[in-house]
Structures are given as C-alpha cells and as structure tokens.
Write a protein that binds this ligand. Structure first.
Ligand code: SAH
Length: 202
C-alpha cells in the first residue's frame, strides 16, 4: 500500500467522518509543500513550510476538521493559514473560509497554492489572526493552528456564532492540548482534548 492509501486507511480506522476522509483524498498536499518535500507529502508527519513554521501531520489536520462538524453552508475562520493546506481541507467541507496568516510571504504562497489546487472559496488575509475578522463574523467554525498561552483570544470566541465550534491548541500549566469550544444559547462550553504541539501564536 502506498503512503497516501495508508494515510486514508488510518483515518478510516479512527472513524473520521467520510466527508473529511474524502477531502484528504481530494486535496493534493504536495502542492502545499516545497518541491524538495513533495516525496513526503503523504507521510503522516509534520513538514516545514518556511519561516520556521510547520504544517501539522495530516491525521491531526483531519482530526481537527472532523471536530469542527462542518456543514456545506458554514463560513469558517482559519487562523495561522501557513501553507494553506488546512484551509484547503476546511474549504472542501464548508461554503467559505477566511484564512489569516501573519507572515506576508506565507500568505501570498498559500493563496497561490490554493489557486493551483483549484480551490476558489478561500480568502487569504495577511495580518494578526488573533483579532479574527470582525467584518465577516460570526463564524460557524473557527480553526486555530498556532498555540495560544492560557486561553483562546477573546476576540475569536466572540466571533463564534450560536451553535458555532472552535478548535485551538492552548498552552496551560506547562502542557499543551487542543481546546474545543462550542457556543450554545447559554454560553461557551470549553472541553480540553488531545495533547499536541504547535508553533506559538504571535
Ligand atoms: N495551518 C497551517 C500550519 C500553520 S503553522 C498549514 O496548514 O500549513 C502556524 C502558522 O500560524 C504559521 O504560519 C504562523 O506564521 C502563523 N501565525 C502565528 N501567529 C499568528 C497570528 N497572530 N496571526 C496569524 N497567523 C499567525
């Protein structure tokens, strides 16, 4: 079995939503990494994307997409868009994605890779994603790919629609884990999940 099929098989074993597995099957990860790394595009491991940043291993990207319970009509905010790969998967599972990336060079490259991949429902914005994108809020889902210290930036939680879901790595008490947040009519429910390692949110 080749690495790509192994990856998809692994996602099936973990019982991820079929739509998420289909998105991983359809999005060419090789378009989001440097040519020298293309032979490793389907290995289930993180890869460098320049500027000291990394793209997470595909199984973790898929798990985060799965947790967001995306629907075809959802508008999604992606903070720390980096290479654009995670945004590409989110885009296959929703109506539109606003991706915010602090590094202007990475933001421009992400926009080019998304275009090459034929994905036209992502708007990449260069800037500080911890402020969110108030002009397009509220979002049904928010994905954060860089670790916040202590808690998720308040502006992001504020931009979550009622019924909306947010997933973000958070560092607290020396440990780092994914935090899942859901906005219900009664307020925010926060649930700590898997231990993870991401680059810091700046
Ligand atoms: N989701 C990316 C992986 C990104 S790594 C992918 O699929 O490739 C985390 C990214 O967050 C880095 O590119 C880093 O530049 C960016 N980042 C860090 N702090 C940020 C901030 N405050 N606003 C926007 N992007 C930020």
């Amino acid at each position: 079995m080749n690495e790509r099929d192994q990856l998809l098989e692994g996602l099936r074993r973990r019982c991820l939503d079929e739509r998420v597995i289909a998105a991983v099957a359809e999005v060419p990860r090789e378009l989001f990494v440097a040519p020298a790394l293309q032979p490793f595009a389907y290995a289930d491991r993180p890869l460098p994307i320049g500027g000291g940043q990394t793209i997470s291993q595909p199984s973790l990207v898929a798990r985060m997409c799965d947790l967001l319970e995306l629907g075809d009509d959802d508008v999604v905010l992606d903070v720390g868009t980096g290479s654009g790969y995670h945004a590409a998967l989110l885009a296959r599972l929703s109506r539109h994605v606003y991706g915010v990336e602090l590094d202007e060079g990475l933001a421009a490259q992400a926009a080019r890779s998304l275009e090459l991949a034929g994905i036209d429902n992502v708007t990449v914005v260069a800037g500080d994603g911890s402020a969110g994108v108030p002009a397009h809020a509220p979002f049904q889902a928010i994905n954060v790919a860089a670790t916040a210290t202590g808690e998720v930036p308040a502006a992001l939680e504020r931009q979550l629609a009622i019924g909306g879901r947010l997933i973000a790595p958070v560092e607290r008490g020396g440990g780092e884990h994914l935090l899942f947040v859901r906005r219900t009519p009664d307020g925010l429910q926060r649930t700590p999940l898997d231990a993870v390692r991401f680059v810091p949110l700046r």
